[in-house]
Design a protein around this ligand. Structure first.
Ligand code: DGL
Length: 281
């Protein structure tokens, strides 16, 4: 029997500005059961939706300098549309020996599935403004009418909701209303969840939607992509240490710790030195 491959003991790092990446983590665990996972939430920088592009790109690239050093992951999943659509290329350029799997709005699958050709993308204001998003539409959805809906509040609402706080139906209804378009007798039939926080609210969206639509969550596709890039790591089965979560604030509150524990994540006490300044532009 050959020596265990050292690389097989390296974890998969899942990154987001907050708790949204947990929607991707839960799918990735199913498909990559043999690996240890490290979850990192840049809660000190949350929400990313309103950051300027240059500031966010620099911030995320600097932060990954620390994360790669501290955790030496076998693969990084950037489970954040807002971060990846602006910083994905810069991350790959800055750390060429590392493997990054990104998250971008699922515009291609939406365009393939829609019958009405009316598709909406519900995302943060940052994501809907990105050239990256516009390019996806031009490349894959030119036959569709794509409605971009940038919500300034939904990511925070999802954070509150998943921690057990009440979020008023009216407030959520107001954020999703623009995603429902009627045009010449046709109606939106697919809404792309272009922010990893939103699947936590999917049941509420379904209940409040003016008519039924498909809510497209890319989590499983992202996990499948990550799986395809990672060799099966036999020797890593049943890793000795538990999956863990780290917060750039260094101070997640009780509700957040409890949420992480419910996902089987031990909350680490690491403090972060990179990307600490608040570079919101
Ligand atoms: N979860 C993030 C995304 O997928 C963004 C949330 C935020 O920081 O505004 O876009």
């Amino acid at each position: 029997m050959s020596e265990p491959d050292i690389a097989s003991h390296r974890p998969v790092l899942v990154f987001d500005s907050g708790i949204g990446g947990l929607t991707v983590l839960r799918e990735a665990r199913v498909l990559i059961p043999e690996r240890r996972f490290v979850y990192v939430a840049d809660d000190a920088g949350f929400p990313y939706g309103g950051w300027s592009e240059d500031a966010l790109r620099d911030h995320v690239v600097a932060l990954f300098g620390t994360l790669l050093q501290d955790h030496d992951p076998a693969l990084c999943v950037v489970a954040c549309n807002t971060a990846f659509t602006v910083a994905g290329a810069a991350l790959r350029a800055a750390y060429p020996d590392r493997v990054f799997v990104g998250t971008v709005p699922a515009i291609k699958p939406a365009a393939e599935r829609t019958r009405s050709c009316l598709v909406s993308v519900l995302a943060t204001p940052g994501t809907v403004q990105r050239d990256y998003t516009r390019r996806l539409i031009r490349s894959f959805a030119s036959r569709c009418k794509v409605q971009l809906v940038g919500s300034t509040r939904l990511a925070q609402m999802a954070e509150a909701y998943i921690r057990g706080q009440t979020v008023a139906d009216e407030a959520i209804r107001a954020e999703i209303a623009a995603a429902f378009v009627e045009d010449g007798g046709a109606r939106t039939d697919i809404v792309v969840l272009g922010c990893t926080h939103y699947p936590f609210l999917a049941n509420v969206f379904r209940r409040l939607a003016p008519w039924p639509v498909d809510w497209l969550d890319p989590a499983e596709a992202i996990a499948r992509h990550a799986r395809s890039l990672l060799p099966w790591a036999e020797h890593a089965l049943h890793p000795a240490s538990a999956d863990s979560a780290f917060f750039t604030s260094g101070a997640p509150d009780f509700a957040t710790r409890r949420l992480m524990n419910s996902f089987g994540l031990a909350v680490g006490d690491e403090t972060f030195t990179a990307g600490r300044a608040d570079p919101r532009g």
